[in-house]
Design a protein. Structure first.
Length: 146
């Protein structure tokens, strides 16, 4: 295994959680429009398509106006996160010995690290492979530390 583990977020255009919620909303809009307009399938599909079109425009505009990028680096000694928000950059560095708890969500590809002082550091992943590699790396090096 490599000495450090690094990844950048986001590297995909749509996030998994975003796709899940937009799909649910599109389904609801489709069925409400279908019932509301006496089962006219064409109109229900058109309204659902309009919703998806407006969502894409607003989503793309929001990401263009307020870009957010994260760069994560995990080494056997520490975890470092660099967050770029529009014109500002913030960095956080946590020693692995200061970690108290971690929780990862394999479906929505996110999670957090909790320090002994109670500070929570949010994690975001692009793929399930990144999440699994992070978890394996963390467990391997936390066992060595204890």
């Amino acid at each position: 295994m490599a000495a450090t583990l690094t990844w950048k977020f986001p590297e995909t255009y749509f996030l998994r959680i975003e796709l899940v919620f937009v799909s649910i909303l599109a389904g609801i809009i489709f069925f409400v429009a279908l019932v509301q307009f006496n089962y006219q399938w064409g109109l229900a599909v058109a309204l659902t398509g309009m919703f998806l079109g407006v969502y894409l425009v607003v989503s793309h505009g929001g990401k263009a106006l307020y870009p957010v990028h994260h760069h994560y680096e995990l080494s056997p000694q520490h975890f470092q996160m660099t967050r770029h928000r529009r014109n500002s950059v913030s960095q956080e560095k946590v020693l692995l010995t200061h970690l108290h708890h971690h929780k990862l969500d394999r479906f929505l590809l996110g999670g957090y690290l909790l320090t002994k002082k109670g500070k929570k550091h949010l994690l975001f992943f692009n793929t399930k492979r990144e999440l699994v590699r992070f978890e394996q790396f963390l467990k391997k090096h936390l066992k060595v530390e204890k």
